[in-house]
Write a protein of this length. Structure first.
Lengths: 354, 281
């Protein structure tokens, strides 16, 4: 690095960039100086110059395709939801009617279903996911660490439709015969556990969603926890903290923003999850207080009705729901990304440096 | 007294975390047990090679769905893998400015876009243009879902290739494009394959975007312009049907699908365990 930066100092056309050359920033840094200065001894031929330019342009096109895809998706959704956007405006999201025959559309029950099932999933998943992450990184015997994290990873690899299959034939009968009667007996006064105990409905959807987002939240949380510097832990232990106090003071406190990012990423996944929810939520466009009642989510109404939607207005209503879902997940994901990015760039790095 | 309280909370917290771990593993174990128990019963040679029988007749299988999935995933890989690797190369080798930063951010955000929304977009882009459902549209939908995953994975692994390797090649007077392809990418081959397999495993089980692109088909189909059966679609249709025999078949199909995915994840773990970079320590 030493001789390198000396040479760079001599050759660099813009000396004000110098400080960035001095720290080794890994392999990217090689391109910080123009190629010509690196290979001044062997002037590249015109042909290889051209090849270089073609190669760079084609990889540029590949990278730009990501932007193009997102742009096209947004454009198509906006374009195809024009009929309902024009006809209903914002009242589309406050209306509760869903009547394809008479052409009256309101999306409130679906928005409600999506939000309630997702937050229910978060309430169930967050303590478990953080608990697992803490257990794997801080507590469990070294032998168990690998297998345990592999199993949690495996949970993330199972397709949504298989969770749905399992939920229909295993989870929902279980809920119907054991969990729901118990909840109704002890917590009926809350009004959340009223009515028919079908096994299908909001509660089943929330539970299956929770199972599906636990691996996401816990794997990112685990990464964040590992990033907490070791000396923080040692310092807390040296002051006489018990292991739990060390985890609370040194680990969780340092990692809280990253954990929040992980939770929001889990929320993003839950909002857009389609198949498993469609298979157990009951698919009725109603707003009910009870978690036993069937509901409907934005994603599942699209899944169920899109290929049957024949007239333009019906199709447009479904596309507009898709657009709303897209915007919701874009905002949630962007927020989570920025949070996680700010952490990986800020806190852990500066505390490593100490 | 105070110390006793601290001692007890410590033990309680440890127990709580251990219970959380058990609670997370239980559904996983339950899913696998049920898959194997119910799936193996209906799994036989006919299931893998025959097309579905009409309701009421026993037998039949998901041969056409397995073939259809293979075709759709083939199309998806043909689109997603080159675009993803190319994008990753750009971000790792040339990606410094604002544009690259925006690309990274967009890729991460695109990764979180619900698959059903991608399905709608491809429906209006491809299916409406073509005038009918097709394997091609399903492949395109899954293909563009692979792009962001592969892009980010490729970038990450290329950044791990030591800069001295590149410098050595450039120092020999090899042009940069050749350096990138024959030296940098070659060094990172297993890492890149890992990224590709992870993206593949993720889209292999996708159902939602296929509902109104590939659509499903009761018969054999080898034409990419025709509606095509796919394994996840078939599982979904059978699972929500009221027929006991179809439920059996859904379990068997699920077992096949999970076996495929677990196999690719296991390959990834194996490759990753042997090191992502060639000859790097």
């Amino acid at each position: 690095m030493g001789t390198d930066s000396v040479r760079a100092k001599k050759l660099s056309p813009r000396p004000e960039q110098q400080p960035r050359h001095e720290q080794d920033e890994g392999p990217v840094a090689v391109h910080r100086q123009p190629l010509e200065t690196q290979r001044a001894f062997a002037k590249p031929s015109l042909l290889s110059n051209l090849a270089d330019r073609i190669f760079k342009t084609s990889t540029f096109v590949c990278a730009a395709s990501v932007l193009l895809i997102l742009g096209l998706v947004i454009f198509e959704l906006v374009e195809n939801s024009q009929p309902t956007l024009g006809k209903f405006g914002l009242s589309f999201f406050t209306g509760t009617a869903w009547d394809p025959v008479s052409g009256d559309f309101g999306a409130l029950p679906f928005v409600y279903g999506t939000l309630v099932s997702s937050f229910l999933a978060l309430i169930l998943a967050v303590p478990l996911a953080v608990g697992v992450a803490v257990f794997i990184t801080e507590m469990c015997p070294r032998v168990l660490r690998g297998p345990l994290s592999f199993m949690v990873e495996l949970l993330a690899a199972i397709p949504s439709v298989i969770y749905g299959l399992w939920a229909i034939f295993v989870l929902s009968p279980l809920l119907r015969s054991y969990v729901q009667p118990w909840l109704a007996e002890h917590f009926a006064w809350t009004g959340l556990f009223d009515g028919m105990q079908l096994g299908f409905g909001m509660l089943a959807a929330g539970i299956i969603l929770a199972i599906m987002i636990i691996p996401i939240i816990s794997s990112i949380t685990r990464e964040v926890l590992i990033a907490v510097p070791r000396n923080q832990r040692e310092a807390a232990l040296a002051l006489g903290a018990t292991r739990f106090e060390m985890i609370r003071i040194a680990v969780l406190r340092n990692a809280r923003a990253g954990i929040l990012g992980a939770i929001i990423l889990g929320l993003g996944r839950a909002l857009g999850e389609t198949m498993a929810v469609t298979m157990v939520i009951g698919n009725r466009a109603e707003i009910a207080k009870s978690l036993f009642a069937p509901g409907y989510t934005m994603a599942s109404v699209i899944a169920n009705e899109f290929s049957e939607a024949t007239d333009e207005l019906f199709l447009s209503a479904l596309v507009e729901i898709g657009l709303a879902l897209l915007l919701l997940t874009l905002v949630v994901n962007a927020l989570a990304r920025l949070l996680v990015w700010s952490i990986t760039r800020g806190v852990p790095v500066s505390s490593h440096a100490q | 007294m105070h110390n006793r309280f601290r001692y007890v909370t410590d033990k309680l917290a440890t127990a709580g975390a251990a219970i959380a771990a058990v609670l997370v593993i239980v559904p996983l174990a339950a899913i696998f047990v049920y898959l194997v128990m119910k799936g193996f019963g209906a799994l036989n040679w006919a299931f893998l090679t025959q097309i579905p029988k009409p309701v009421g007749e026993s037998g039949g299988g998901m041969g056409n769905a397995i073939a259809g999935s293979a075709m759709i995933l083939g199309i998806a890989s043909a689109i997603g893998v080159p675009l993803g690797i190319g994008g990753g190369v750009y971000l790792a080798e040339y990606g410094r400015g604002r544009f690259a930063h925006i690309c990274r951010f967009t890729a991460d955000v695109l990764n979180g876009v619900p698959s059903i929304v991608i399905g709608i977009a491809i429906y209006s882009l491809v299916v409406v243009t073509q005038g009918h459902f097709s394997a091609l549209s399903g492949g395109i939908a899954l293909g563009i879902m692979m792009v962001p995953t592969i892009t980010r994975a490729t970038e990450e692994i290329l950044l791990m290739v030591p800069r001295s390797v590149r410098e050595a090649a450039l120092g020999l007077g090899i042009p940069q494009w050749r350096t990138t392809i024959s030296v940098t990418l070659r060094t990172a081959t297993s890492g890149v394959i890992t990224g590709v397999m992870l993206a593949f495993a993720r889209v292999a089980g996708e159902t939602a975007p296929l509902l109104f692109t590939a659509f499903g088909n009761q018969f054999w189909n080898t034409n990419i312009n025709q509606p095509t059966a796919a394994l996840p679609l078939q599982i979904y249709t059978y699972a929500i049907s009221p027929f006991e025999e179809w439920h059996q078949q859904a379990w068997a199909g699920a077992l096949v699908l999970v076996a495929l995915i677990v196999f690719s994840v296991a390959v990834v773990r194996l490759v990753a365990a042997r090191g992502m970079l060639k000859g790097a320590h």
